[in-house]
Design a protein around this ligand. Structure first.
Ligand SMILES: Nc1ncnc2c1ncn2[C@@H]1O[C@H](COP(=O)(O)OP(=O)(O)OP(=O)(O)O)[C@@H](O)[C@H]1O
Length: 241
């Protein structure tokens, strides 16, 4: 589903991502872990198309997307969760997700639609909300932090991605909220490929089928969660010993 070949992304003199190669199968749940500044978010930005590598190649579903814009990649099926601020706080959760469904279908956000069409969009939106366990009613602005993050996930699912990039979905969540998120992520459709950048290693090991560890822009371990956890390089990168 996704292949990175020797991808390098630079910020001036700094190679934030330094000749990273990795390969993610369809339906995989892949975690990217590593200490602060390892290059995890930069890998995501390169995959989504928000940052261009200076060298290397990115393939998605068998197609070279290295030079494609972010919107083109989104249309091909690369989705990511948005920041909290992208929620329309004055609209209900259902209305928020319905807007994301409309956007995917190329419908203007305010275009008039016949009642049957609107109902169908709302049914789909309600399905995404059910999958993320968020109540459709009530303003998005009144949600708790954990519920807000789940609403973002519902909006990302409404784009019907084939590859979903989740950048620190558990950030700011309590342990209970993070455990709920883990079971929700495990219940996502098996054909959906998910990549997750996350500092909460309990969540990572509960969700990921494979883990890639980065440090200083380079891959230092890649394998099953147990293999990566046992890797001396990973232990050294985390513990500095
Ligand atoms: N826009 C930018 N301009 C300059 N340097 C940047 C920029 N974005 C990231 N960096 C640097 O690139 C390196 C990798 O950053 P990145 O955010 O990808 O790491 P990360 O592994 O996601 O870290 P964290 O876990 O703290 O989010 C860091 O040294 C960071 O300071």
């Amino acid at each position: 589903m996704l292949v990175l070949r020797e991808v390098t992304v630079r910020f001036g003199a700094l190679a934030a991502v330094d000749r990273v190669s990795l390969s993610v199968e369809e339906g995989e749940r892949r975690a990217l872990i590593g200490p602060n500044g390892a290059g995890k978010s930069t890998v995501f930005a390169a995959v989504a198309g928000a940052l261009r590598p200076v060298s290397g190649r990115i393939e998605f579903a068998g197609r070279d997307v290295t030079k494609l814009s972010e919107p083109r990649r989104a249309r091909l099926g690369i989705g990511r969760t948005f920041q909290h601020s992208s929620l329309f706080t004055g609209l209900t959760c259902l209305e928020n997700v319905a807007l994301a469904v409309r956007a995917r279908r190329g419908l203007g956000l305010r275009a008039w639609l016949p009642r049957g069409r609107r109902a169908e969009i709302e049914r789909e939106a309600a399905g995404h909300l059910a999958a993320t366990d968020v109540s459709p009613d009530g303003p998005a602005g009144a949600l708790s932090h954990g519920q807000g993050r789940r609403l973002e996930l519902a909006m990302a699912l409404a784009a019907r991605p084939r590859l979903l990039l989740l950048d620190e979905p558990a950030a700011g969540m309590s342990a209970a909220e993070s455990a709920e998120l883990a079971s929700m992520l495990r219940a996502l459709p098996p054909e959906l490929t998910v990549m997750i950048v996350e500092h909460d290693l309990d969540l990572v090991f509960a969700v990921a089928s494979r883990v890639t560890a980065l440090a200083a822009g380079q891959v230092i371990a890649d394998g099953t969660p147990a293999q990566v956890r046992a890797s001396p390089e990973v232990q050294k990168a985390y513990l500095g010993t």
